[in-house]
Ligand binder design. Structure first.
Ligand code: SAM
Ligand code: SF4
Ligand code: SF4
Length: 378
């Protein structure tokens, strides 16, 4: 603490970046610092990007670690015992996450999803849920592989979580064990889904990534199993996220093919979107027994309506799942900046956003360096 000439006490932040000398060409951080320094009192207001897309959703990766090694996300040969996961000091604390989430909400975010890696591996994640649930009128949800859900569903609901999405790639035990690559059984995930339903975390969404030749024969059984339960299965096209999963277009099962296969056995009809920017196309069973969704991120890109920002485990802001670089909000959070200044920096990043990767995907873009989904948040 310093006492100034008028006898007023001033707290000096541990690393005060506001007054730090700025060498030329520090790149993105420098631009962020300039934007943050702009106007400490700027009124928080919603912000649109270069294509007029508002900032509505925030996905927060609370850990880059996972207890699964899904072949399409964290292949074992890359994410092995030698893989350098983030050290504790680099990851945002719950207080930092809650603070930055509040700032995002002030800038227009209406929906927050906790993800990862596997979010339920983050110790006491319920405490974070409790902090975020106090943000007010925000749709708070979480995506999990379900392994720890039976144990945690009640405490998550008690902490204020509203809904949950559970990933499950097959009901066939051998197929599922091979896809998660840690020999995890289907039955345990189903227990987690039941516990979530009992805890009121509904409607539950169930994410299935469809990979040709691996689990495409599980599509119709999956639809049939969850029809009539109130849970909504969402079939996701396998994407070229990250740089480690060896993605090939031939492995993608187009959403239209998934719909045709289900419709042939369990007749479907198109349903309206719930809201603009919804990633899944909705289909209802004609007999009224529920609905499914398909996420056609590869064959029918929906960048036009993409309102999602992602916050990596170490506090970098990414404006696209396929971005190659993030913007270091942690430097601002730990650098003594006021909330309004951090809000300005977020707005400045969003305002110049041009991302539309899925619309311009090509053989060349697939080879671009990209961050891993487990780190940036799925
Ligand atoms: N571990 C949690 C889980 O699996 O639900 C949350 C993180 S995970 C990265 C979030 C979602 O991304 C999961 O539903 C997962 O299936 C999906 N995902 C991961 N890799 C993918 C890929 N290559 N293509 C499409 N979806 C993918
Ligand atoms: Fe883990 Fe989820 Fe990625 Fe599977 S999809 S490896 S469960 S982060
Ligand atoms: Fe949004 Fe990027 Fe995905 Fe397009 S590719 S929908 S911009 S995250």
């Amino acid at each position: 603490m310093r006492i100034d000439s008028k006898g007023m006490a001033t707290i000096i932040p541990i690393a005060d970046l506001r007054k730090a000398p700025r060498p030329k060409a520090r790149g993105d951080l420098d631009a962020l610092l300039d934007a943050a320094a702009d106007d400490e009192t700027a009124r928080a207001s919603p912000v649109g990007d270069t294509l007029g897309r508002p900032l509505r959703d925030l996905r927060i990766s609370v850990t880059d670690r996972c207890n699964f090694r899904c072949v399409y996300c964290m292949p074992k040969d890359v994410f092995d015992a030698n893989f350098a996961f983030l050290p504790h000091a680099e990851i945002l604390s719950f207080e930092e996450i809650a603070r930055v989430a509040r700032i995002f909400v002030e800038r227009g975010v209406q929906k927050i999803r906790l993800t990862g890696g596997e979010p339920l591996l983050r110790r006491n994640v319920e405490r974070l849920v409790e902090m975020l649930a106090k943000l007010g009128d925000v749709d708070l949800t979480l995506t999990t592989n379900g392994a720890l859900l039976a144990k945690k569903a009640r405490s998550l609901a008690a902490a204020g979580l509203k809904r949950v999405t559970v990933s499950l790639d097959s009901l066939d035990d051998a197929t599922f064990r091979a896809m998660n690559d840690v020999d995890f059984p289907v039955a345990k995930v189903l227990e987690g889904i039941d516990a979530a339903a009992a805890a009121g975390l509904a409607p539950i969404k169930i994410n299935m990534v469809v990979k040709r030749g691996t689990n495409d024969s599980s599509v119709v059984p999956m639809a049939r199993h969850f029809r009539g339960t109130g849970h909504i299965v969402r079939f996701i096209e396998y994407m070229d996220v990250g740089a480690t999963n060896g993605w090939r277009m031939d492995d993608v099962v187009p959403a239209a093919e998934v719909v045709r296969a289900i419709d042939a056995e369990l007749p479907l009809e198109n349903a309206d979107r719930n809201y603009g920017g919804e990633v899944a196309q909705r289909w209802k069973y004609r007999d009224g027994s529920g609905e499914i969704g398909v996420i056609a991120s590869v064959t029918q890109a929906f960048c036009r309506d993409c309102t999602r920002a992602r916050l990596s485990t170490d506090g970098k802001l990414y404006t696209c799942l396929f971005a190659t670089a993030g913007h270091d909000l942690r430097a601002l959070l730990r650098g003594g900046f006021a909330d309004a200044q951090i809000g300005n920096a977020i707005a400045a990043v969003w305002k110049v956003r041009v991302d539309r990767y899925s619309e311009i995907r090509s053989a060349n873009t697939v080879r671009l360096p990209k961050v891993e989904m487990s780190y940036i948040g799925g």
